[in-house]
Ligand binder design. Structure first.
Ligand code: SF4
Length: 494
């Protein structure tokens, strides 16, 4: 059996996933834009972490692993202290160590991760490296995970020793060694049969630790799990979902009335079974009546940086770079304002200033899922003292357009028990969906985020096209809020 480190961790999550990757890769879903972005971030973080161990040599990646192994050997022979991507093979198990530190007493392994904590799957990742190197006869001094410290706040310069946390996981991975031969034997057995897929059922392991790329195949194709099933009941938890699945219950309509759920979950299930729309006019009217004109419909777009580029930024902090405002006046007039930062510069201060110019202190501000907008504004208020009281006043006056849906005052079967705008908008204003699909370039928040993050690398013309796409997309988001509120007014007036 030949197995790379990534195939090993894939098999740890699910041996069937390993089998499919090896023998039936066509059924796997290719990585989407966000998976590619995560991959690129991982590479950038990996490269930066090498600076913690300077003056090393990198084993260049080639498809010729023997060459990489020979190069690693050569570097060790030359007395190179830090080797990046040091490559080894023991009994068909191929590993590349992100950073290998070599000294007279032995070697230290460093696995670099762009996340903010040590996850169990990383221990498996390091344990297989430990297994290979110890079996090759190396004395391993310690094994470590290097991850990003989310508490770090960048000052004038990037402080690598503060940005990264180095966690010694030697004890944990040593304890795992005993079990590895048994695990490898199991994987080998599965792989020995090239015709029959491993008989492994779906379950919570399909999403944990990673969303499996065979999910569409195993769930939809093989088991006919509908798009909305017991696995989609909001906050039900994987234990209860699996409990239902193991009883042969997949369709929500088949959930027995006796099954214990929260009141809101039970109501969502009853609504789905009945297939009727539930509208609590009075509660909706009470919500609408809390909003006084003019109403400022606000939506932010944000992006994140694993490696903070500007002072005051923490890793993965939501950095606002754009907003759209639709201002609804009592006479029916609709006004639009927006802001889109210049790429490549810290956008926060200018955005905060413009926000204070565009939104008076004492008006109703409406956001969908306002916790997000409020969190962004609170951080801006903390950072820019001169604007702080105005920004906090905006927060004070904010109301959440999500409330009537979250409180289940308006529920349609097509919302699938969710109150996310993704479900609410098509249920209430189906025409808006066409407007989104007609947008050129940027059609959702994730695309907006990666568009802005990559903009400074683009040629002028392409950059202008993308800026126009971002402005059009964000404008549509707040227009959608206006339409949703219109619909709420309409049903509460009926
Ligand atoms: S979807 Fe689930 S069962 Fe299928 S390969 Fe992935 S983890 Fe295994």
């Amino acid at each position: 059996m030949t197995l790379s480190k990534s195939l090993y961790t894939r098999a740890i999550q699910c041996p069937k996933s390993l089998w499919l990757k090896k023998y039936k890769p066509s059924v796997l879903t290719p990585p989407d834009a966000s998976a590619k972005a995560v991959f690129e971030t991982g590479n950038a973080v990996g490269e930066l972490a090498c600076q913690l161990f300077p003056e090393g040599k990198e084993v260049a990646f080639t498809r010729d692993y023997d060459e990489m192994i020979a190069m690693t050997k050569e570097y060790i022979g030359e007395g190179v202290k830090n080797i990046y991507e040091a490559t080894f093979n023991y009994d068909g198990i191929l590993v590349m160590v992100d950073i290998l530190h070599v000294d007279a007493e032995g070697v230290s392994l460093y696995e670099v991760k762009s996340s903010t904590s040590v996850k169990d799957i990383y221990l498996h990742d390091v344990s297989i490296q430990y297994y290979v190197l110890s079996n090759l006869g190396f004395t391993i001094k310690n094994a470590n995970v290097v991850h990003i410290d989310s508490a770090y706040v960048r000052g004038d310069a990037l402080a690598l020793d503060e940005l990264f946390s180095v966690v010694d996981v030697s004890d944990e991975v040593m304890k795992m060694q005993e079990n590895i031969p048994k695990l490898l034997e199991g994987f080998e057995k599965y792989l020995a049969d090239k015709v029959n897929e491993p008989n492994i059922d779906i379950g919570s392991h399909c999403k944990n630790p990673y969303e499996c790329d065979a999910k569409d195949y195993c769930w939809r194709v093989q088991r006919n799990i509908p798009a909305y099933s017991v696995f989609n009941i909001f906050n039900l938890g994987s234990k209860k979902q699996v409990e239902l699945y193991e009883q042969g219950i997949v369709d929500i309509k088949d959930i027995p009335d006796s099954f214990t759920m929260t009141a809101k979950q039970s109501q969502a299930v009853r609504n789905h079974k009945a297939g009727v729309t539930h509208i609590d006019k009075e509660a909706i009217k009470a919500f609408v009546d809390t909003l006084s004109y003019p109403i400022y419909h606000l939506d932010f777009e944000t992006f994140q940086q694993a490696i903070p580029e500007w002072k005051g930024i923490s890793p993965f902090m939501q950095i606002p770079f754009q907003y759209s405002l639709h201002i609804e006046h009592e006479d029916g007039r609709l006004e639009h304002k927006d802001f889109l930062a210049v790429d490549g510069e810290d956008p926060r201060e200018m955005l905060a200033e413009r926000l204070c110019e565009d939104i008076p202190r004492d008006v109703t501000v409406l956001a969908y899922n306002m916790g997000f907008e409020k969190g962004v504004i609170k951080k801006l208020a903390f950072e820019y003292e001169a604007l702080s009281s105005h920004l906090l006043a905006i927060n004070e006056n904010m109301k959440d357009l999500m409330t009537p849906f979250q409180q289940k005052h308006y529920v349609t079967p097509s919302m699938n028990g969710s109150y996310s705008i993704k479900y609410v908008l098509p249920a209430l204003v189906p025409k808006m969906l066409d407007a989104y699909t007609e947008l050129d370039g940027v059609q959702n928040g994730m695309e907006a985020m990666s568009a802005f993050a990559s903009m400074s690398k683009l040629e002028e013309g392409e950059r202008e096209r993308l800026r126009a796409s971002l402005l059009a997309y964000c404008k549509l988001d707040t227009l959608a809020m206006v339409k949703v509120l219109d619909k709420l007014r309409e049903v509460s007036d009926d």
